[in-house]
Design a protein around this ligand. Structure first.
Ligand code: AP5
Length: 217
């Protein structure tokens, strides 16, 4: 099973990916997390990536696609990827199609996660993330057991630099202008699934049970 997650910043793609990986044999690949790893390494590439991310801008297509293509060279990931946050532009989607063709694999589903912008702003304002493993928390709905310490890896749990209110506004604007048209792109390809994540993650999993192409996997 191979799937991509489409949805605005803060719509719960990362949280949902984690829940899906516990239930299905997916391998979660988040371009945002890959970029944050490069930043943490302090490499020149990481510095370049940071200059875009901290301002809420998209990282250039060429760099992003190259990184994803490298990850998909792993045969295990190629068979079971759950791509979170990629593709995000029309050129990325077209290059991704070509890449899948070269690798001889097919995308099974593009899952579009709906959440209204007002709720997104509340959720991102309270979001905290682990600097070590990228695990996501929320100060009210999903706090870490010990404040500031990741339940999974013991890393520091912090506010993401791009979760400042003015950057959240910019990311939402970019999403609606540049990424949202991909919903139609995948609808036309015939593999679009849509879910509403205004309620709980459990309710999203329930919605999926009725739409899922390979529920038994
Ligand atoms: P990325 O890290 O992918 O960020 P994003 O798409 O903006 O999405 P987020 O991680 O902010 O949110 P999410 O949808 O995963 O929500 P989450 O599960 O955390 O990308 C960051 C940056 O990298 C981009 O801005 C860009 O610069 C760059 N980038 C990445 N991919 C790129 C690409 N392809 N091309 C170019 N540039 C790229 O949930 C949010 C909060 O809500 C959490 O606190 C969570 O606990 C809570 N929550 C979630 N669901 C629920 C629920 N049902 N009930 C209650 N709380 C919930």
């Amino acid at each position: 099973m191979r799937m991509i997650l489409l949805g605005p910043p803060g719509s719960g793609k990362g949280t949902l990916a984690e829940a899906l990986c516990q239930r299905y044999p997916f391998i979660h690949v988040s371009t945002g997390n890959l970029f944050r790893q490069h930043i943490a390494n302090g490499s020149p590439l990481g510095l370049e990536i940071r200059s875009y991310m901290d301002q809420g801008e998209l990282v250039p297509d060429e760099l992003t696609v190259k990184l994803v293509e490298e990850v998909l060279q792993d045969p295990k990931i190629r068979e079971h990827f759950l791509l979170d946050g990629f593709p995000r532009t029309q050129p990325q989607a077209a290059l991704f199609d070509q890449c899948l063709k070269r690798l001889g694999v097919k995308l099974d589903a593009a899952l579009h996660v709906h959440v209204p912008d007002t709720l997104i702003k509340q959720r991102l304002g309270g979001r905290r993330v682990c600097q070590g493993c990228g695990k996501t928390y929320h100060i009210e709905s999903y706090p870490e057991k010990v404040s500031g310490v990741c339940d999974s890896c013991g890393g520091a749990v912090i506010l993401r630099p791009d979760d400042r209110p003015e950057v959240i506004e910019k990311r939402l604007k970019t999403y609606h202008e540049i990424t949202a048209p991909l919903v139609e792109y995948y609808r036309k390809q015939g593999n679009l699934l849509e879910v509403d994540n205004s309620g709980s993650i459990e309710s999203v999993l329930e919605q999926l049970q009725h739409k899922w192409p390979h529920e038994e996997q």
